[in-house]
Write a protein that binds this ligand. Structure first.
Ligand code: THU
Length: 132
């Protein structure tokens, strides 16, 4: 996984964001289990709650393109600021990843940081609860 390639993919997706209400454009880029990259951007709506986050549109792209598992996801918001995934997106990343899925964010000093989805969403609800 080349972090720089993933960053560029997320930035390109961010440019496509449809965010006329918040003016807050987000881009996300996923590396799946085969090393393929899938991207997404946020897509807002005049009916605010039905807008879609960048991470979730990237997951849609992964699924439609045959990817099964998120190995890495990189998220960009404002330049040089972290854009941590919202709570709902953490749950979606967990569902379509694994406990070691790596979440990459920009840092305040224009670097990239990386942490596991389990650290961002400890004690996640998952399918095992349903199987009991
Ligand atoms: N947003 C994302 O796309 N991902 C997140 O994890 C946080 C928020 C979007 C939703 C909305 O379009 C805008 O950012 C402002 O909240």
């Amino acid at each position: 996984m080349n972090q720089d390639t993933l960053y560029k993919a997320a930035k390109a997706a961010q440019e496509k964001a449809y965010a006329p209400y918040s003016q807050f454009k987000v881009g996300a880029a996923i590396v799946d289990e085969k090393g393929h990259i899938h991207t997404g951007c946020n897509i807002e709506n005049a009916a605010y709650p039905i807008g879609c986050c960048a991470e979730q549109s990237a997951v849609s792209q992964m699924i439609i393109n045959g990817g099964k598992n998120i190995e890495h996801i990189l998220i960009v918001g404002r330049n040089g600021e972290p854009c941590p995934p919202c709570g709902a997106c953490r749950q979606v990343i967990f569902e379509h990843g694994n406990k070691d899925t790596q979440v990459h964010l920009e840092t305040a000093d224009n670097q990239l940081s990386c942490q596991s989805i389990s650290s961002l969403l400890p004690d996640a609800f998952d399918h095992s609860q349903l199987d009991k």
